[in-house]
Write a new protein. Structure first.
Length: 493
């Protein structure tokens, strides 16, 4: 038997042009599967090892030691007490091995083993071809559409087949068998479905690779692509920049008479591509991305990752874009939530917010409109800011002297202390509720409780934007916390 094993491995390795180790590994797995099938009504953990020199093999059954409480699978596990009684010293997590008799492969088991070996060899052959293909591939796969399976396009790429899932096809694009098509292959996160490599035409990286193919300055690295936002088949925005003063980054990507960018667009089923200049300044970057819309004013809240943009009333529609596509793409590109307002709407909103802040300061600090308006004019928008800012910040306000600044801080601190005492039980209850989600400061807990967010269910019912309106937090973090709260509270059960 041992000589037959070595001969079989040698023949298969030469016939299939495979490393012998691959064949040995396939044989071991096949023998292990065949052995498992001999344990009727059991599902043991079996490992078979073939000696590479003699061809002899041994079969080992394994059990993992678990605590007496966690023990539930006696096919693959041993409770700590049983393991200690049977083998002496043992610890949770130990693997107990026991050599068992090699299976006497009858006709059925032997045939099953041969089938498994054949499948493993086939898989190994495919892996060799795939590795060779990937070593030569630079991220873009080219092939011909061969057929469709449930809406997924099967692409013949020579020695390998690719699949473009329906979700990775450009919406509205009609592919036909025989069409030549390109797609992006992510070699760092390779997905193989039924022996086919999965490629995408909707990936941002596909657009980046097409730019590299059509723009020599991008391929050489002299022009760098800083960001891409796409709605596949409709529109995309690409931010570019260069450190070479002799190169116009935007012009290089567009090309003479739009030739370069039109070539990229044609490959993407006519997707409109806006090329913009990247800027490290978030406000300027946003203005570039919104061009040609004329911006009247822009306010950036980096902590909340939110930007408010004001445009002329008659330019509001073009700035937002059809169905809001322009503002969505700009939001993705700069990584912020963007709110675009017309001048009239912005003015009314400002007046309303100003009035609410004045009323809050009047009530909390027991002052008149004049004092409140001075605080707001100098950037104070919360009671906490007045209470805990350095006194020098208040003294920098021209209209305030030291006595008034100290008095305002004392009143703010007293008001906050009163609120904390008044809402202490509710804050403690909310903190306990949210313990498995996030640990907020007392200041944040107070802000939530004052907005009637008093339980984990109240928190889970919020939207990301609603949470951002209550506390200072970016939208991505807000959404993550709300999603976690919903999971913890059984929202999806």
């Amino acid at each position: 038997m041992s000589k037959d094993v070595l001969l079989l491995v040698d023949v298969l390795a030469k016939e299939k042009n495979l490393d012998k180790e691959v064949v040995f590994d396939s044989l071991e797995k096949a023998l292990a599967i065949a052995t498992k099938k001999s344990f009727e009504g059991e599902f043991p953990d079996i490992e078979v090892t073939v000696d590479r020199v003699t061809g002899k093999y041994k079969t080992v059954r394994k059990w993992t030691v678990t605590s007496d409480v966690d023990f539930y699978d006696d096919d693959k596990e041993l409770s700590l007490s049983d393991a200690t009684e049977k083998y002496g010293e043992a610890e949770i997590g130990d693997v107990i091995e026991e050599e068992i008799e090699n299976i006497d492969l009858g006709r059925v088991s032997a045939q099953a083993a041969r089938n498994i070996i054949a499948q493993k060899i086939k898989d190994a052959e495919r892996d060799v071809v795939l590795r060779e293909y990937l070593s030569r591939n630079r991220g873009v796969v080219i092939g011909k559409v061969r057929k469709f399976e449930r809406g997924n396009a099967i692409v013949d790429c020579g020695r390998v087949e690719a699949i473009i899932m329906k979700s990775d096809q450009i919406p509205g694009e009609v592919l036909q068998p025989g069409d030549q098509v390109k797609g992006y292959l992510n070699k760092d996160d390779l997905v193989v479905k039924n022996g086919r490599i999965s490629i995408s035409r909707t990936s941002n990286e596909f657009l980046r690779k097409l730019l590299e193919s059509n723009v020599p300055e991008v391929a050489s690295g002299r022009v760098e692509v800083y960001g891409i936002a796409r709605e596949p088949g409709v529109r995309a925005k690409v931010a570019v920049a260069t450190t070479d003063s002799r190169i116009d980054a935007k012009g290089a990507c567009i090309g003479f008479r739009n030739q370069r960018i039109d070539s990229v667009s044609a490959e993407l089923a006519g997707e409109n591509i806006d090329v913009i200049d990247y800027d490290p300044d978030l406000a300027k970057y946003t203005m570039n991305a919104l061009a040609p819309a004329e911006i009247k004013s822009i306010v950036v809240d980096e902590e909340k990752r939110a930007i408010e943009v004001v445009v002329e009333d008659d330019k509001l529609g073009s700035a937002i874009g059809p169905d809001g596509i322009n503002v969505r793409l700009v939001s993705k590109l700069v990584g912020c939530v963007i709110d675009i307002l017309g001048e009239t709407e912005a003015g009314n909103l400002h007046v309303r917010e100003q009035s609410e802040l004045v009323g809050m300061f009047n009530s909390a600090l027991d002052v008149d409109d004049e004092i409140s308006e001075i605080l707001i004019k100098n950037g104070f928008t919360t009671l906490e800011e007045v209470a805990y800012v350095e006194l020098s910040e208040l003294l920098n306000i021209e209209e305030f002297d030291e006595d008034l600044a100290k008095e305002l801080q004392d009143r703010a601190k007293t008001k906050l202390l009163t609120k904390n005492m008044l809402h202490k039980d509710e804050m403690d209850h909310l903190a306990e509720n949210l313990n498995n989600v996030v640990k907020f400061s007392r200041e944040v807990l107070l802000q939530l409780v004052e907005k009637d967010v008093k339980t984990i269910n109240d928190f889970a019912d919020l939207s990301g934007d609603e949470l951002r309106d209550i506390i200072s937090i970016d939208l991505e973090t807000a959404n993550k916390l709300i999603l976690k709260a919903r999971e913890v509270s059984g929202y999806f059960d």
